[in-house]
Design a protein around this ligand. Structure first.
Ligand code: ADP
Ligand code: MG
Ligand code: MG
Length: 901
């Protein structure tokens, strides 16, 4: 339909659901319903192309007006009414609709075509004065705010005053005379604000409204929304012009929204709301309480049956859960919108399985319909669903989970009180960091999903509810008050649900996620069979595992983690960090190593460390028998093992003042000073440490090799891999490799057991990625350390930037997500691609993985699949998410349907 000759306007019966680019989502849906023969009011769509031209040139294409006239003419003959007629006017709505839905970004204007003359004609034709004046006041209000840019509060204030003075409980109670005087008032507001009268010419109203929709594409909030959602700015929006149907024509009229199945749980049935005597958004605007859709069966059985039939048809046609908007005008049903309905995580899994079992979709498509993010949602602990408590407030669910604790109103108190506290703040700032770290959960009364509290809490995986507007927080008096007047004081227990935004007073029992219990093999079979969500998840996991190409490994440092990794079906350990093995009680050994003044002293310390390391490795290799275990040599800067410089300085100074000098402390202080770094992240760590502290790496490798020999002797099949961190140049790696090979050889000789291990490197510095070709000549594998690679590519110190300016960056849309949560494909991802390509060009089968936490991030997993990595590695808890996404990546690539927006 597109492309033949230049055309900007398409009647609904000319389009279909596959023309979202040109007609927008709403236009495509209206066209599809029209073609299915459903009762859609006639109308036409002005294409996104016209919008793009308007935005580029500042004026609509010259042929547009003529095309619109022609289509209006067609509408008139279909409706048997004239646009602008004074006796029986046809009215239209002007509705924006871009390719991707942008809720709340661009307004719709109803009842276009009314003016001082035709309002009487409408009243006469409909036999209702009240209805006509109600429509007129709605038009002036919507047109005034959307097209003329008048603050909507100016209208609503007048409306409220009139309602109060007439004793009306709401807009339905206003009679014709009152509405008429309201119109007079509204027109005065328009004159006052714009210096001209409300436009009386219907065609001019239409032209202005269409332009306003075009312009709304570029409002600041629409731009910010698109930046955050990564929707391109150059798509433009379509405009749908549609003959009005009236839900405000008396008690046998009304308007409603409905879902073909329950979008909350996925249960089949009738879900929706209906409001009689209402138009447009009334049903969702909360001005009056709608009735459940089932009640329509009693109010208007014929329309109800027709609606049910249409919904079933749409669902079969779209092969998915649909939502619809409809209006009933004097007993006659009209369909105003349809689209694939949004759903909760639980519903997404259940629906995919339902449609699969009904034979409407295949496994590939089912996998395309659930996401790793949704699985994440299902893995958080939850409040016991059997407990029926009434929330005292509701805010924006910012970081999922269920948290119970005592309310605390400042961060210092939170940080010092016992563990179970909920930090309650109006909003948070970087100063609140210690409080957020200490708290079980965070509750704020201001801000949205990108506020400071939301970002930081999500980063820490901490439950968070923000923007609970109703809360009156008084930090000085240490209490908050809800809209219902409930007062919660410091020390009172509250429960917050980060998945729903609900806040409860008192303790709500928290139960572990049944999905996690299932993954851990702790859910008994009977419960599992009864729980449809667990059922659905388990089946999707099987499908994903069958299809994925990408291996999924776990990051695990202890035998306990390793066991959990196996339960979660990891294919190996992609990152075993060795540094924690030196912390706690063992820390003083490292202190001694640093203070050692002779090679002999150093050897003595290393000899003490060896058996401890050996024990660790034996445990992990045993737990992962037969699977690869990638062990990273010691990475962090030495000062992490030493006392704090300031504290030690004070201690020594005090001792000196008291005349009791401790020689050990003085030596230690000298060492701490010597090792002190301004920028430890960029200092003496990783391979650099291994190269300058003699014997450290040899000891670690010996422990690995002896552990492997011990497991072989025990009849196991250990598969250690040795990974060198923070390599920037091949020379560093070559030296390390020589030493590693030598020790492996020594142990093989002395134990009489041939110990083999791959020797590879992390790629976590831009220089390593850029010189991957030369490194690949010597390395058996690469593993991307995307956390450090992100830090060094962006020049960010993660600990410093996440709490300080990231919230502002997210709010401005500079980031759609933190580059530490979701891989920055354009920058960091480019380095990854270069290293993969150039590394494999030198060594064909080079094994390549990623061990940063990005390995468990859904969109990053899809990227790693695309660039050809062999595996991703992430924390055990995220292994199922990565498995699911790896399966999705495999099938979405095949169908290139990766767009889940
Ligand atoms: P949104 O994208 O915000 O849902 P819509 O374009 O769907 O905006 O319109 C807002 C409201 O007006 C919806 O409830 C819709 O059903 C209603 N509406 C739109 N066009 C018409 C029309 N021609 N007749 C009656 N109601 C309409
Ligand atoms: Mg709508
Ligand atoms: Mg690193």
């Amino acid at each position: 339909m597109a492309g033949t000759s230049r055309r900007f306007v398409f009647a609904f019966d000319e389009g279909d659901k596959d023309h979202k680019e040109l007609l927008g989502g709403k236009g495509a849906g209206l066209a599809e319903m029209t073609n299915l023969g459903l009762p859609v009011p006639p109308g036409f769509t002005v294409s996104t192309e016209a919008c793009r031209l308007y935005l580029a040139d500042g004026q609509v294409p010259p042929e547009l007006a003529g095309e619109i006239d022609a289509h209006l003419g067609r509408l008139e003959s279909e409706r048997g009414k004239r646009f602008g007629s004074a006796s029986d006017p046809m009215l239209v709505s002007v509705r924006s609709g871009a390719k991707f839905s942008m809720p709340g970004m661009m307004e719709t204007i109803l009842d276009i075509g009314l003016n001082d003359a035709s309002v009487d004609g409408l009243a006469a034709a409909a036999g209702s004065e009240r209805f006509a004046w109600d429509s007129y006041r709605r038009l002036i209000q919507m047109f005034g705010s959307t097209v003329l840019g008048i603050d909507p509060a100016r209208f609503s204030t007048v409306l409220e005053t009139v309602e109060r003075s007439t004793g009306a409980a709401g807009d339905v109670d206003l009679d014709a005379a009152t509405l008429r005087s309201l119109v007079t008032n509204y027109k005065a507001i328009v004159r006052d604000e714009t210096g001209r009268d409300f436009p009386q010419n219907p065609r001019e109203q239409l032209t202005m409204a269409i332009r306003a929709v075009f312009e709304s594409w570029n409002t600041e909030r629409a731009r910010v929304y698109r930046r955050q959602e990564r929707i391109p700015h150059d798509l433009g929006t379509a405009v749908n012009v549609m003959a009005m149907v009236y839900g405000n024509l008396g008690p046998d009229s009304g308007t409603g929204v409905a879902f073909t199945r329950d979008p909350a749980t996925g249960t089949p049935g009738v879900y929706g709301d209906y409001l009689s005597e209402a138009q447009g958004e009334d049903v969702v605007a909360g001005i009056r309480t709608p009735v459940p859709l089932q009640d329509l069966e009693r109010l208007d059985p014929v329309s109800y049956a027709e609606l049910r039939r249409i919904m079933a048809l749409l669902e079969g046609h779209y092969r998915d859960l649909c939502d619809v908007e409809f209006t009933i005008e004097r007993g006659r049903l009209w369909m105003l919108q349809t689209r694939i309905g949004k759903r909760t995580a639980a519903a997404a899994f259940r629906l995919a399985i339902q449609f699969l079992d009904d034979g409407l979709i295949d496994v590939e498509e089912a996998l395309g319909r659930v996401t790793g993010e949704q699985l994440t949602q299902l893995m958080f602990p939850q409040f016991d669903p059997h407990i029926e408590a009434k929330p005292i407030a509701t805010g924006v669910p910012a970081s999922p989970g269920a948290a119970v604790g005592t309310a605390v109103f400042d961060s210092a108190t939170a940080a010092r009180t016992d563990p179970n506290v909920i930090l309650v703040r109006r909003e948070t700032s970087p100063d609140d960091l210690p409080g957020i770290i200490a708290a079980e959960g965070v509750l704020t009364s201001r801000g949205g999903k990108t506020s400071h509290a939301a970002v930081v809490a999500r980063g820490m995986g901490k439950t968070c509810v923000v923007g609970a507007d109703g809360l009156e927080i008084d930090a000085d008096r240490r209490q908050f008050t809800t809209t219902d007047g409930v007062v919660v004081r410091e020390g009172d227990t509250i429960s917050i649900d980060g998945s729903t935004g609900r806040v409860y007073s008192g303790t709500i029992d928290v139960v572990p996620s049944p999905v996690v219990e299932y993954f851990e093999g702790r859910l008994d079979a009977a419960v599992r069979r009864r729980d449809p969500v667990v059922q659905a998840v388990s089946r999707m996991m099987i499908y994903a595992d069958e299809r994925r190409r990408l291996g999924v490994h776990a990051n695990a440092d202890t035998p306990a983690d390793a066991k959990r990794a196996r339960q979660f079906r990891a294919d190996g350990i992609g990152l075993c960090r060795t540094e924690h093995m030196f912390l706690g009680e063992r820390r003083h050994h490292i202190e001694e190593l640093i203070l050692a003044e002779s090679a002999a002293e150093q050897d003595k310390v290393l000899a003490e460390l060896l058996p401890m390391q050996l024990g660790d490795f034996v445990g992990i290799l045993a737990a992962m028998d037969g699977l690869p275990v990638t062990i990273r040599l010691i990475d962090p800067p030495l000062h992490e093992f030493l006392p704090d410089l300031t504290e030690l300085s004070v201690k020594v100074a005090l001792a000196e003042a008291g005349g009791a000098i401790d020689e050990g402390d003085v030596r230690l202080l000298r060492a701490v000073r010597r090792l002190h770094e301004q920028n430890p992240m960029l200092g003496l760590r990783g391979v650099r440490l291994g190269l300058v502290v003699p014997g450290l790496v040899a000891m670690q490798v010996r422990a690995i090799a002896e552990a492997a020999a011990a497991r072989i002797r025990a009849g196991d099949d250990p598969r250690p891999e040795i990974m060198v961190p923070l390599v920037g140049g091949v020379e560093e790696f070559e030296l390390m490799r020589e030493e590693i090979v030598r020790v492996l050889h020594d142990v093989s000789e002395s134990s009489g057991i041939e110990v083999r291990a791959r020797i590879g490197t992390m790629i976590e510095l831009p220089r390593a990625a850029l010189t991957a070709a030369s490194i690949a000549e010597h390395a058996d594998f690469f593993s991307f350390g995307t956390n450090d690679l992100t830090q060094t590519t962006w020049g960010f110190s993660r600990d410093d930037v996440e709490g300080s300016f990231f919230p502002a960056y997210l709010k401005k849309g500079i980031f759609a997500a933190s580059p530490f949560d979701s891989l920055d494909e354009e920058g960091v991802g480019r380095l990854v691609s270069i290293a993969v390509e150039e590394g494999r060009a030198v060594r064909g089968g080079l094994l390549i993985g990623v061990c940063g936490e990005h390995g468990g991030d859904p969109s990053s997993v899809r990227f790693f699949d695309r660039v050809g990595l062999d595996y991703v590695s992430c924390s055990p808890f995220r292994v199922p998410i990565a498995r699911l996404e790896a399966g999705r990546a495999a099938v979405l690539k095949a169908s290139s349907e990766g767009d889940t927006r």
